[in-house]
Design a protein around this ligand. Structure first.
Ligand code: ZN
Length: 254
C-alpha cells in the first residue's frame, strides 16, 4: 500500500457501520477518489464534521491497489466552507456543482483544472448570487470535460456567418437555419446568449460569474444547458429537482 497526500474537496459521504464514513473526494492530483474514514463518528471525539460536503482538506491515505476504496489516515481542514452550507441557495447550487463533477469524472481521471474551477467557484459563491456562479460553472465544466458545445459555426456545414442560430443538443452545437430544418428538438438561440456562452468559456471564473445577463438570456442559457445535460447523461441529476423545489422559497428570502 502506497501512502499518498492530496489536496481535496469533499463531494459526498455515507455512514458505514456505527462509527465510520465512506467519503468521495475530488483530489487535485488524483481526481475522484473514495476513502474510508474509520472511527470518525465515535461519540467521544467525533471528527465527522470535517467531512461535510464542499470542505477542502489536506489528506493522507493508504492507496489500495486492488480496491477503489482507500484508507484515510490523516486530515487537516484547509477551508471549511461553512458559509456555503449555511445558506439554502448556496447549498443547493453547490450541491448541483459537486453532483456534476461526480457524474462527469470517474476514478483515476485527474483534472487539476476542475479542482481549481471548484475552488474558484466556492470562493465566488460567498460573494455573488449562487445561481450566477452555477451558470458559469456548468458551462466551464462542460468545456473541461471535453463536452463543450461548438458555438462558433454550424456543426453540420461549417457556416460561420449565422444571422439565425439553433442549438442542437444531439449534435452538440449550433446549426444554421438550413441545417436546422432536418433536425428535431433544436432551440433557437439569440446572439446575446451565444456571446454570453463564449464569454463564459473565454474568461476566468471570477469574470464569468460577474457577467450581468438579461432575463431572456438567462432563460435561454438555462434551457440550452439543461437540454444538453439531459441528452448527455444516462440518468437525471438529483440536485436540479431539489433546486426546482427551492426556487419558490428562495424568491422570497434571497
Ligand atoms: Zn449548416
Amino acid at each position: 500500500m502506497a501512502i499518498r497526500r492530496e489536496d481535496v474537496f469533499v463531494l459526498k459521504r455515507f455512514p458505514i457501520r456505527e462509527t465510520s464514513l465512506l467519503v468521495t473526494f475530488f483530489a487535485r492530483g488524483a481526481g475522484k477518489l473514495r476513502a474510508l474514514a474509520k472511527g470518525v463518528r465515535q461519540e467521544k471525539r467525533p471528527l465527522s464534521a470535517r467531512f461535510e460536503p464542499f470542505t477542502r482538506l489536506s489528506i493522507v491515505y493508504y492507496e489500495k491497489q486492488r480496491s477503489d476504496t482507500h484508507l484515510l489516515s490523516e486530515t487537516v481542514v484547509l477551508e471549511s466552507n461553512a458559509e456555503i452550507r449555511d445558506r439554502l441557495d448556496r447549498f443547493g447550487y453547490a450541491s448541483y456543482m459537486v453532483e456534476l463533477v461526480d457524474t462527469f469524472f470517474g476514478a483515476h481521471d485527474p483534472h487539476p483544472e476542475v479542482f481549481d474551477l471548484l475552488a474558484a467557484s466556492f470562493r465566488e459563491l460567498k460573494r455573488i448570487p449562487a445561481m450566477d456562479v452555477a451558470r458559469a460553472f456548468q458551462v466551464k465544466l462542460l468545456e473541461r470535460a471535453g463536452l463543450v458545445p461548438a458555438l462558433t459555426q454550424c456543426v453540420l456545414c461549417g457556416q460561420s456567418d449565422l444571422p439565425q442560430a439553433f442549438f442542437s443538443p444531439r449534435q452538440g452545437g449550433i446549426l444554421c437555419r438550413r441545417c436546422d430544418r432536418g433536425e428535431t428538438g433544436t432551440i433557437r438561440v439569440s446572439h446575446g446568449t451565444l456571446q454570453s456562452l463564449r464569454f463564459f468559456l473565454r474568461g476566468n471564473m471570477e469574470q464569468a460569474a460577474k457577467l450581468k445577463l438579461g432575463r431572456q438570456t438567462e432563460r435561454e442559457l438555462d434551457r440550452i444547458i439543461s437540454k444538453f445535460l439531459q441528452f448527455r447523461l444516462e440518468y437525471p441529476l438529483k440536485s436540479p429537482l431539489f433546486l426546482a423545489e427551492l426556487k419558490p422559497i428562495l424568491s422570497k428570502i434571497v
